[in-house]
Design a protein. Structure first.
Length: 388
C-alpha cells in the first residue's frame, strides 16, 4: 500500500479527557492498532492523579506533585497529548473546539469525568473541608493538626459521587489518625448521607461497612442530606431543617457533568446517555466512558477502565468491518482502606446480570500488595517505556 493510501485509511480518534478512562483507551488503541489510528488525547491539566492518592495526601504524608503522573512522560506510539481546555463539543459533526484550536474526528470519545459544585451547598466552600480535589486534600491535610477534639461531621452532599467507599475510607483513616494523636476519645465522628446504607450495591457490602463503622464507634445517619452550612454557628443544616453542630465538617461535594458536556447536548438527562452495550452515544461514532456517563452503577476509575476496554474493542472491530462479541458489564475491583494498613477489595459487576453483584474480599496483606502494584502497572501501560 502506498504511504498516501495508508494515511487516508488511518482514523483520527479524538479523546477528550486524559483521566482513568481516556488514558486506558489511548493505551489500548496504541497497543493494538497504532498503525490504523491516530489518537489525539486532550486534557486541561499537565498530569493525572489517581483518586486514591488524595487519601495518601491527607493521611499518608504524600506530596501532591509526587503522586501525579506527568503527561509529558506519555510515550505511546500513535498517541499525541495536547494540554488544552475543551470549550465546545459538536457531537453531530464530531467537531471540538479548545482554547487553542479545533479538531475534527472520525471517532470522538468523551471522557471528561465529573465536576464538583461546591457553591451548590451554601457555606461549604468557606466553612467545610473536602478531599475530592487535590487542593482540597492539601487543605484538609494542613487543617487536621489544628483539630483538638469535638465533633467531626462527614456529609455526603448528593448522589452520585465518585468511588462509593471513599467517604467511609476517609472516616476509617481519620479514626486511625485521631487514635494515634490520642484524641479519639474526645472526638465524635458522625456520617450523614442520602443513601439508605453505606455502599448500597448489595446489602452484604453495606453491612460490612456498617460493621466496620460500628467497630470504631462511628455513627451512620442514613437518608439525610446536609444542604447548607452555617460556618459562624458551626452548624450543618439538613433538608428537614434540623441543625447539627460540628467542630469540623468534611463534605463529599455535589458532582455534576462538566459544563462543556452539558452545553453539547450530550447530557440531556444530567449525565451522558449511552448504549449500555458498547457505550456509543446517540450520535454515530461518538462514545462516552467513565464518570461522565449515565448508567445505573457506581462512578469509579476501575469502571472507567473497564468501559475504555469495551470502547477500544468496539472501535477496532468497526475499523475492521466487524462486530464485537462482548458487552459492557460495569465490572471492576475497588480497593478499600480499612485503616491500620488493612486493604480489602470490593469485586463488583453492575450490569452483567439482572441486578448488581458485589462481594468484599479481605482485608489481607496480599490485597495491600495488590493495591500497591495497581498504580505502577497503570503508569507503565498508559505511559509506555519512558515512564519506567
Ligand atoms: C478520594 C477518592 C478516592 C477514589 N478512590 C478510587 C479507587 O480506589 N478506585 C477507583 O477505581 N476509583 C477511585 N476514585 C474515583 C476515580 O478517581 C474516578 O472515578 C475516575 O478518575 C474517573 O475516571 P474518568 O476517566 O471518568 O474521569 P477523570 O479521571 O476524572 O478524568 C477526566 C479528565 O477530564 C479532564 N477535563 C475535564 N474537563 C475538561 C475540559 N473542559 N477540557 C480538558 N480537559 C478536561 C480532567 O482534567 C480530567 O483529567 C476515587 C476518587 C476520589 C475522589
Amino acid at each position: 500500500m502506498t504511504e498516501e493510501r495508508r494515511v487516508a485509511r488511518v482514523k483520527h480518534v479524538l479523546i477528550l479527557g486524559a483521566g482513568f478512562g481516556g488514558l486506558e483507551l489511548a493505551g489500548r488503541l496504541s497497543d493494538s492498532v497504532a498503525d490504523e489510528v491516530r489518537v489525539t488525547l486532550i486534557d486541561q491539566n499537565d498530569g493525572f492523579t489517581f483518586g486514591f492518592s488524595k487519601l495518601d495526601i491527607v493521611f499518608g504524608g504524600s506530596d501532591a506533585s509526587a503522586v501525579q503522573l506527568q503527561y509529558r512522560d506519555l510515550a505511546k506510539p500513535g498517541v499525541e497529548f495536547r494540554q488544552e481546555r475543551v470549550t465546545a463539543i459538536g457531537p453531530a459533526a464530531r467537531h471540538v473546539t479548545t482554547d487553542r484550536g479545533s479538531y475534527d474526528a472520525d471517532v470522538l470519545v468523551v471522557a471528561l469525568g465529573a465536576e464538583y459544585d461546591l457553591e451548590a451547598t451554601p457555606g461549604f466552600a468557606e466553612g467545610g473541608l473536602e478531599y475530592y480535589s487535590i487542593a482540597g486534600a492539601e487543605r484538609m491535610r494542613d487543617a487536621l493538626p489544628e483539630f483538638s477534639g469535638g465533633t467531626i461531621l462527614i456529609g455526603v452532599l448528593a448522589q452520585p459521587y465518585k468511588c462509593p467507599p471513599a467517604p467511609f475510607e476517609g472516616a476509617f483513616l481519620l479514626h486511625d489518625q485521631l487514635v494515634e494523636r490520642g484524641i479519639r476519645e474526645q472526638t465524635e465522628i458522625r456520617i450523614v448521607a442520602p443513601m439508605s446504607a453505606p455502599v448500597p450495591v448489595t446489602p452484604e457490602v453495606s453491612q460490612r461497612f456498617l460493621d466496620e463503622l460500628a467497630a470504631r464507634g462511628i455513627e451512620y445517619t442514613a437518608q439525610q442530606t446536609v444542604v447548607e452550612l452555617d460556618p459562624a454557628a458551626k452548624e450543618a443544616v439538613l433538608e428537614t431543617g434540623e441543625r447539627l453542630p460540628y467542630d469540623l465538617f468534611v463534605g463529599i461535594p455535589i458532582h455534576r457533568v462538566p459544563a462543556v458536556v452539558r452545553k453539547s447536548g450530550l447530557a440531556d438527562g444530567g449525565w451522558v446517555t449511552v448504549d449500555r452495550d458498547n457505550l456509543m452515544t446517540p450520535f454515530p461514532d461518538v462514545y462516552a466512558v467513565g464518570d461522565v456517563v449515565d448508567l445505573p452503577m457506581a462512578k469509579a476509575g476501575v469502571f472507567a477502565e473497564n468501559a475504555a476496554g469495551v470502547v477500544a474493542d468496539d472501535i477496532i472491530a468497526r475499523i475492521h468491518g466487524q462486530t464485537v462479541g462482548r458487552r459492557y458489564e460495569g465490572e471492576g475491583n475497588c480497593y478499600i482502606e480499612f485503616g491500620s494498613g488493612r486493604v480489602a477489595k470490593v469485586q463488583a459487576n453492575f450490569l452483567g446480570g439482572p441486578s448488581p453483584r458485589a462481594t468484599v474480599v479481605g482485608p489481607s496483606a496480599e490485597l495491600a500488595a495488590e493495591k500497591a502494584a495497581f498504580a505502577p502497572a497503570r503508569r507503565a501501560r498508559w505511559f509506555g517505556d519512558a515512564s519506567a
